[in-house]
Write a protein of this length. Structure first.
Lengths: 795, 152
């Protein structure tokens, strides 16, 4: 039963509990942890994208003073119980990659691990690695998806005879049937058709903390502790057990302070398995810290996709159908969830619009490049970019205002709760006109258009454009039985334990694992309100499988919408038990007790007992009902009945120099709906950072491979992560339609900014140049590409 | 090995170091001051920013032997233990950090910026922090915090 306690903390912009230690250099990241007797590992990596390993000579390295061991992939082959885990075989006929932690016969991308050295220090390990001699027989490589599909292309995995791993389509593979096929609409001669073709460049996630790991091994007990820069300590424990053959109860995984993830630390990595094997072999702690250049070729990357999207619409702007074909670059191996990344957007190429026909098909293709996997938004920024760019193309074709076209096609709020969209999924809530209203209010659309017109008429070479992105996404993936239907191996639940201590403070154990999102603060606010205790009474614990045994970790904007709701239910269990204890002590019926602000009151009397007193009573167990277990704690595993459906409207105003191709963002407005907000500081921060990454991928960032498979943008000098000087201020608005799916009314917001921003920025640049005949610009929108688009349009 | 003497956070430290040791690794591994982070190997990210003789320096661009005889301040020494410098307080108040990894370097660079330009404009803050990368915040709140710390 929900309480009617006032909510003084939920909704408050409380500064974070996490900050003092992080601000004063007292944070503890994986690299900061050192253990007595610790050794250092260095991973020797392939300089070739594709080569046969003829032999690995580790003898000189092993003989170097300070080097204790050096192993090839063949040396370590017997240490593995299985290859690295991919948990998402999306079709029955998928061609999987076999991915050993250290390559044994062939290397398949620059950066593939070929040997490991163990030495007394970081520097000695690096020195010894230089002495490892690998005899390669280089082979032709393929890095582009279309080239990889051509006849005679070099094969990444020879046994399959093709680089095409699988084809997934809504028609054949989606457990949620689409409303209707799209073909009849595209065959209808009365409908207007537009087509967009986009290439989304490969992205390097660039969490500021490079990956690192440390394994402590106790040979007497056969127990391992893995400290890792991971988003997923619980999932990682299970995947490492499968790769390394350690009994699950003998492996503890700790995620200490983690310096950002964005999906790049949502994985089961070779180096984590290598460290487990190395610590066991050496019977000493072994640490590995990636250098950034190393990280660029060994950590998963994002996006890289060819998109074709077609819309069919009536002449007055009613969109009837969408048809999509995608070619996705998987890199050389499937990592943890790589095959399903395009699927995370597969139902969203309709945007927040009502339509009748829907088709989508995607092809997963192997290439001789670093593997791709989840990067912030994972599949949904891709979907939003395609539909929102196509909507602008359609608006231009129909000579309609892009705002008007969107409004004409929005799913209206009267369809909620629980409207089944054309692609087959059921959206729980939203008011898309309201978020767009709020966005336009902040933007002052008429003034922006007037300025644009004035500049065009003046003949200025600095033109402006405005672009919109009205976005809808699915996050907090669940329920587990739906994930089963999608062939995802794990579940979608999460867990929390609320434990009231004898003195009335509260331990809140959460199965989600933060790496910058402020969970300690947010969960403290929620739990303190719910139980009626003080904010500082609540201690939130996370990120250690020994402290928090149950969890499914943090990714896909799920921490609050799944883990937070688990904590809500756990609080309810604590209150229910406290009610029984209090009723027993006050000698009344449970239903005669009101609970508010941490105090139980017997209705119509002044007899009261606080929840803290109940905690002590339950702990001492001197006077509790017969048969009741002592203690006041509750654990809940929450498996949501539906995805979470945040949404919003973003607008970007850009200035483009038509003589240099330079793009400057003048304004960025975001009006989002993530349901009930616990801490607006934290939510705004997620949106700021998400939008920044979305802008970055649209204007600056691009991992470039040469024909031999070398990463040309191999460090932070050549890969352009934007600084404060490149980014604008953000103007935020907020709308709240509480989610009816969970009792808190919350939705996820970790990825929304990154999902929305690329289309807003892209539409703004194309809008700025539309009077010159430009209809599209390749991504990222570098000055060179902008100028090329202008010249081609004017040719 | 070379013998160096460096005053770090007010304490004189004498150590033998390999000549190739970077200042940041000296601070982290010889002195155990792990608050200063390493985010790249190209002096691009600024996570390792400290003060050397009062000037902000990326401590991965300097050898420990070059710091011989200098006074170094790291994030741990910016304020007495248990207290925060006004810049650190502003960062907390304005939610200018998320994962916290770039934060020590960003705070040091921001303090260094205000030492040079006590009342910067927003543009001066953005240009002045160009050498420090943050992947979480989009810089919006960092800029606000620095302006607030400057008394604007």
């Amino acid at each position: 039963m929900a309480t009617t306690t006032p909510k003084p903390l939920i909704g408050e912009p409380i500064p974070r509990k996490e900050d003092p230690e992080l601000l004063t250099g007292r944070g503890r990241y994986t690299e900061d942890i050192s253990l007595p007797g610790m050794l250092w590992a260095h991973v020797v990596r392939s300089p070739y994208a594709h080569a046969t390993i003829r032999g690995v000579d580790t003898s000189k390295a092993a003989a170097m003073a300070g080097c204790l061991a050096a192993w090839s992939g063949a040396d370590l082959a017997g240490d593995w119980a299985g290859p690295l885990v991919c948990a998402w075989p999306i079709t029955d006929d998928i061609k999987m990659s076999t991915h050993w932690p250290v390559a044994q016969d062939k290397v398949r991308h620059v950066g593939d691990a070929v040997a490991v050295v163990i030495a007394e220090s970081r520097a000695l390990a690096k020195d010894a690695a230089e002495l490892v001699e690998v005899d390669y027989d280089p082979l032709p490589a393929v890095t582009d998806v279309k080239a990889a599909l051509a006849d005679g292309a070099p094969l990444v995995h020879d046994d399959w005879g093709t680089n095409l791993s699988c084809v997934w389509s809504c028609e054949n593979n989606s457990p949620a049937p689409r409303n209707s096929p799209s073909a009849p609409f595209f065959d209808d001669p009365d409908l207007v058709k537009v087509k967009g073709e986009y290439f989304l460049a490969r992205l390097i996630p660039n969490a500021m903390e490079p990956r690192a790991g440390l394994v402590d091994y106790n040979p007497a007990q056969g127990e391992f502790t893995l400290y890792s820069t991971t988003q997923i300590p619980h999932v990682l424990r299970t995947t490492m057990v499968l790769t390394c053959g350690i009994p699950e109860a003998k492996l503890r995984v700790v995620a200490p302070d983690v310096g950002g993830g964005f999906g790049s630390k949502l994985d089961s990595y070779a180096e984590e398995a290598i460290l487990l094997a190395a610590a066991k072999r050496m019977a000493r702690p072994v640490k590995w810290v990636s250098e950034r250049t190393d990280d660029y070729v060994s950590t998963i990357q994002g996006r890289e996709m060819y998109q074709e999207i077609e819309l069919a619409a009536t002449r007055d702007g009613v969109v009837k159908a969408v048809r999509v074909r995608l070619l996705a670059n998987m890199g050389a191996y499937y990592q943890l969830v790589s095959p399903g990344i395009p699927m995370l957007g597969a139902w969203l190429y309709c945007g927040p619009y009502d339509m009748e026909g829907y088709d989508l098909e995607y092809w997963n293709v192997f290439t001789h490049t670093t593997p791709t996997d989840a990067y912030r938004g994972a599949g949904r920024p891709e979907a939003t970019y395609a539909i929102e760019r196509a909507m602008d193309t359609l608006a231009f074709e129909l000579e309609m205002d892009p705002v008007e076209l969107r409004r004409k096609n929005f799913i209206t709020k009267d369809k909620f709760p629980n409207h089944t969209i054309v692609s087959g999924l059921t959206v729980d809530s939203g008011d898309y006109h309201q978020t767009l209203d709020e966005c336009l209010r902040i933007l002052d659309y008429d003034a922006v258009r007037a300025d644009q017109q004035k500049r065009r008429e003046s003949g200025s070479t600095k033109v402006t454009g405005v672009g919109f992105s009205t976005w809808l996404e699915m996050c907090g993936l669940a329920p587990s039985r739906v994930l089963a239907a999608l062939k995802y191996v794990a579940g979608g639940w999460d867990a929390a334990t609320i434990e009231m201590m004898p003195t009335g403070t509260v331990r809140c154990l959460i199965g989600v694992s933060p790496h910058g999102q402020g969970h300690v603060t947010t969960f403290s606010q929620m739990v303190a309100d719910h139980l009626g205790v003080g904010y500082d009474d609540v201690e939130v614990l996370h990120g250690d499988t020994q402290v928090v045994p149950l969890g499914m970790d943090t990714y896909g904007s799920r921490s609050l919408a799944v883990g937070g709701v688990a904590a809500w239910h756990a609080c309810e269990k604590v209150i229910a038990k406290a009610r029984t204890v209090v009723a027993h002590q006050l000698e009344c019926a449970e239903e005669d007790l009101d609970f508010a602000g941490g105090t139980f009151t017997v209705k119509g009397t002044d007899k009261t007992m606080g929840i803290k007193e109940a905690a002590f009573a339950a702990w001492s167990a001197h006077n509790i009902p017969d048969g009741m277990e002592p203690g006041l704690a509750g654990t809940h595993l929450y498996d949501p009945p539906n995805f979470s459906w945040p949404n919003g409207a973003h607008a970007c105003v850009v200035e483009v120099d038509t003589e240099t191709g330079e793009v400057e963002i003048l304004r960025y407005v975001a009006a989002d709906d993530c349901g009930v907000v616990i801490n607006p500081l934290v939510v705004d921060g997620q949106i700021h950072g998400g939008v920044a990454q979305g802008i970055a991928e649209t204007l600056y960032e691009e991992a470039i491979w040469d024909e031999s498979g070398n990463l040309l943008t191999g460090n932070m000098v050549s890969y352009l992560v934007p600084s404060a000087a490149e980014l604008p201020q953000f103007e935020l608005g907020r709308c709240v339609t509480p989610s009816p799916t969970n009792p808190m009314g919350v939705k996820g917001i970790g990825e929304g900014g990154t999902i929305a921003a690329p289309a807003a920025v892209g539409n703004a640049v194309v809008d700025a140049l539309s009077h010159l005949g430009v209809r599209n610009v390749g991504r990222p929108f570098t000055p060179e590409r902008v100028m090329t688009a202008i010249w081609e349009a004017q040719r | 090995m070379s013998r160096i003497a460096v005053t770090v956070n007010g304490v004189r430290q004498e150590r033998d170091v390999e000549p190739r040791t970077l200042l940041v690794h000296f601070l982290r591994e010889d002195l155990g001051l792990v608050g200063t982070n390493v985010g790249c190997d190209t002096s691009s990210c600024g996570a390792c920013t400290v003060f050397v003789n009062g000037e902000s320096v990326k401590s991965c661009t300097m050898l420990a032997v070059q710091a011989d005889g200098t006074e170094v301040t790291t994030i741990e020494g910016l304020a007495p233990a248990g207290q925060m410098h006004p810049m650190q307080e502003a960062f907390q108040q304005y939610h200018a950090l998320q994962c916290g990894f770039c934060t020590p370097g960003m705070v040091m660079a921001a303090v260094g910026l205000l030492n040079e330009i006590p009342s910067p404009t927003e543009e001066e803050v953005r240009e002045g922090l160009e050498g420090n990368l943050c992947r979480c915040t989009g810089y919006h709140n960092i800029v606000k915090a620095v302006l607030a710390a400057a008394g604007k």
